[in-house]
Structures are given as C-alpha cells and as structure tokens.
Design a protein around this ligand. Structure first.
Ligand code: SAM
Length: 248
C-alpha cells in the first residue's frame, strides 16, 4: 500500500535539509507542494526529478481525494510546504486527516520549524510554551486575542510578517505592558538573521527606529506573566535599594 511522507524543508538555509528528507524527496512518486515554482528551486538543488502537484489551502480537500486514489494504487507521496514543517501554520491538516481516515500510513520526516528554532535562541523559558501562530490582521481582533493571552504564565510564540510586526509589537506593549520580556527573531538561518531581546518597549523602539528591522519574516516570543515580579528584578542598583528599604 502507498504511504505519504510529511517532510520538513529549510526555513532559509538550504543546508538545513536533512539527509532523510533529501532521500525521500528524490524517491517518492509525487510531491505535493504549496507553491510548485518555489519548491521547484529546492528540488533542483536536491537534484530531485520527482513531479509535483500543487496543494494549498484553497484546493486541499479536493486534492485529498486525488491523493488517496494514488495511495490506493500503491504510490508513495510526499507533502512539503514553502518552508519548515507542513501543517505548522501551513496546509496539510485536511489531507493528513483524510489519509488517516482512509487507512493509509502517514510518515513524518522531521526537520526545521521556525517556532522551535526561535525558542532555541530566544533566551526565554522553554519548559512550557504556547504557540499562537499568526495574530488576526484586524486591530480589534488582534488586541482581543492578546488580552486573552495576557495572563498566560508560559512563553507565548507568534508568527508575524513584515507588514504587521511594528503594529503587533505596539499592541503587545499596550496589552502585556512595556516591561514584559520579549525576543523578536528575524530571518532565522538567513543572511540577515537578527534576534532582538529585551523588554517589549525596548524591542519595539529598536524595530520602529530601523526600517531594516521591519523586513523579512519574524517569530515573536513573549515571556509569560510572572506573578511575583520582584523575583525577576536583576538590576543590582534596584536590588541594593530594595534591600536597604527592607532593612530600614
Ligand atoms: N511551516 C513553517 C514552519 O514550520 O515554521 C511556517 C510557515 S508560516 C506560513 C510562515 C511564517 O513562519 C513567517 O511569517 C514567519 O512568521 C515564520 N518563519 C518562517 N521562516 C522564518 C525565518 N527564517 N525566520 C523567522 N521566521 C520565519
């Protein structure tokens, strides 16, 4: 029987493809890709001659039937997205669900995802975290969503685009407060990779004052709400002052 491989591809640096991903992408009968022109460049670099079929959010359920027919014929398929891991803020859920329901094997070929990549360098707690993906594009809905997250004790991770990074950070400053710790990871694994760390106010200021910091792709990691804020103060002057006051 046929099977479908869910294959992670790089989020920028081509060398981040895994050996197994390359092997699978050279050996399957058909590759389902979000944007076949974009993925064509990756397959060319991998020297894969496997044909592609477009599968994106608008035709996913319709294509799922076609794919199940191919699996029934014993073919092996792969699903890739434009970058990173399929299904993570990318198409694939409808297809995977349909393939499982039809009784065929779904095989993960793991690799990079921007969310985990950002968490690995953010310098914020990673023992528990919440992935929120993209915030709503409309201001009202965005603020409402942020308010619903304001008391989360764990780190919260967002995906953001260049169009909205500044507005989203401004909304976060308003809703989470200017002093909440944050990390903004931009263009991870690419030439202009930058990670800005600090309070929301500090990072917002850096992004607002430099147009270059608004270009590219972003992952925003916001520290969770800490109930006893005084435990997180590390400024030696403030700590000494606090000690003096408590001893007085
Ligand atoms: N499936 C992908 C993954 O596993 O990370 C995510 C796809 S989603 C449509 C694209 C978003 O992921 C971008 O808007 C950005 O928020 C984030 N992203 C992808 N590549 C990135 C990179 N190199 N640096 C920072 N963020 C990135």
């Amino acid at each position: 029987p046929g099977e479908i491989y869910i294959v992670s591809t790089p989020i920028g640096h081509l060398d981040d493809i895994t050996l197994r991903a390359r092997e699978v992408l050279c050996q399957v009968d058909l590759i389902c890709a979000e944007d076949t022109r974009h993925s064509g460049r990756l397959l060319e670099a991998l020297d894969s001659k496997v044909p592609m079929m477009a599968l994106h959010e608008h035709n996913e359920s319709q294509k799922a039937n076609v794919i199940i027919e191919k699996l029934a014929l014993g073919q092996s398929l792969a699903l890739i997205s434009d970058a990173g891991t399929p299904l993570i803020s990318d198409p694939g859920f409808v297809l995977v669900n349909a393939v499982i329901a039809a009784g065929y094997k779904v095989v993960p070929v793991p690799g990079v995802s921007a969310v985990v990549t950002a968490l690995s360098v953010a310098g914020l707690p990673t023992d528990r975290w919440l992935f929120e993906g993209f915030l709503p594009s409309k201001a009202g809905a965005r603020v409402k969503r942020l308010k619903a997250l304001a008391n989360q004790p764990c780190s919260v991770v967002f995906y953001e685009s260049s169009h909205r990074i500044e507005k989203s950070l401004a909304d976060m400053s308003m809703v989470f407060g200017a002093y909440r710790p944050i990390a903004v990871a931009r263009e991870l694994t690419k030439t202009f990779e930058t990670v800005l760390r600090g309070t929301v106010a500090e990072v917002l200021e850096q992004v607002s004052s430099d147009a270059n910091q608004q270009k590219g792709e972003f992952v925003v990691v916001v520290g969770g709400k800490v109930e006893h804020a005084e435990q997180t103060i590390s400024d030696p002057t403030i700590l000494a002052l606090a000690r003096e006051l408590s001893e007085a």
